[in-house]
Ligand binder design. Structure first.
Ligand code: CA
Ligand code: CA
Ligand code: CA
Length: 229
């Protein structure tokens, strides 16, 4: 009788599975001016192989722009994507980039996914007031409604953060008349008196509707010319 022969077969894992991401796109939202080190999203891929064949590391996709790499980093071991640079909503409102998971097999296999980071606006810009023409001098008999200057207000923030209201300090013989969007005419609103005020300092304030609201003040100097009265 032949003795039974024991054959010891060792099944060695071959690298036949690529890392697979849990999602085809990872979506996240981040506030602008987010603190360096803030977590954005964590990407995760699984690999059914064993040992190095199943050991996954994470990277940016091959064609990721510096614009993205200057602002975000991918932790190759944990898959955690964090903020590493200045995020400005007024510059970039959404970032899209590809990510890769690679195993440590020979040859290595990889899997792919993408990340979309939407930036949320913060009220980080105060309104700007600018004169679109230098203020003209007035004669003291200027009729009510005479245009003195043209004003433009701007605020690059979005929605309420960029919605601007502008007014002249109360008690002034001037007022603002809206013309077209964000443009105003500074006009006389009362009889002027050169003997009392040869020059008026018109205090103009602009404030946005963000919370907290940001405000800008400016002074427009208007000269009153004498007429022989
Ligand atoms: Ca593998
Ligand atoms: Ca902003
Ligand atoms: Ca603003």
């Amino acid at each position: 009788d032949a003795l039974p022969i024991l054959i010891n077969v060792q099944v060695q894992d071959s690298n036949d599975n690529e890392p697979k991401f849990g999602q085809t796109t990872y979506k996240a939202t981040v506030k602008e001016n987010s603190v360096i080190g803030n977590n954005v999203v964590t990407i995760k891929a699984t690999d059914l192989d064993e040992g190095p064949n199943g050991d996954v590391q994470y990277f940016f996709g091959a064609h990721t722009s510096d614009l993205v790499k200057n602002v975000f980093s991918v932790n190759s071991n944990s898959g955690e994507i964090t903020v590493i640079g200045q995020i400005d909503y007024e510059e970039t409102k959404v970032y899209r980039f590809d990510v890769t998971a690679k195993d440590k097999g020979t040859p290595e296999l990889d899997g792919h996914s993408s990340v979309q980071v939407t930036i949320l606006d913060e009220n980080d810009n105060a309104p700007e007031i600018s004169l679109t023409s230098p203020p003209s001098s007035l004669t003291e008999d200027a009729p009510i409604g005479t245009v003195v200057a043209l004003i433009n207000v701007k605020d690059p923030d979005s929605a309420d953060n960029g919605k601007v209201q502008v007014n002249v300090a109360s008690g002034s013989p001037f007022k603002l008349k809206p013309s077209f969007e964000n443009h105003y005419s500074l006009v006389t609103d009362a009889v002027l008196d050169r003997e009392t005020y040869p020059e008026y300092n018109v205090h103009v304030s602009a404030y946005d509707s963000g919370s907290p609201s940001l405000k800008t003040n400016t002074v427009i100097k208007v000269k009153i010319l004498d007429i022989n009265d």
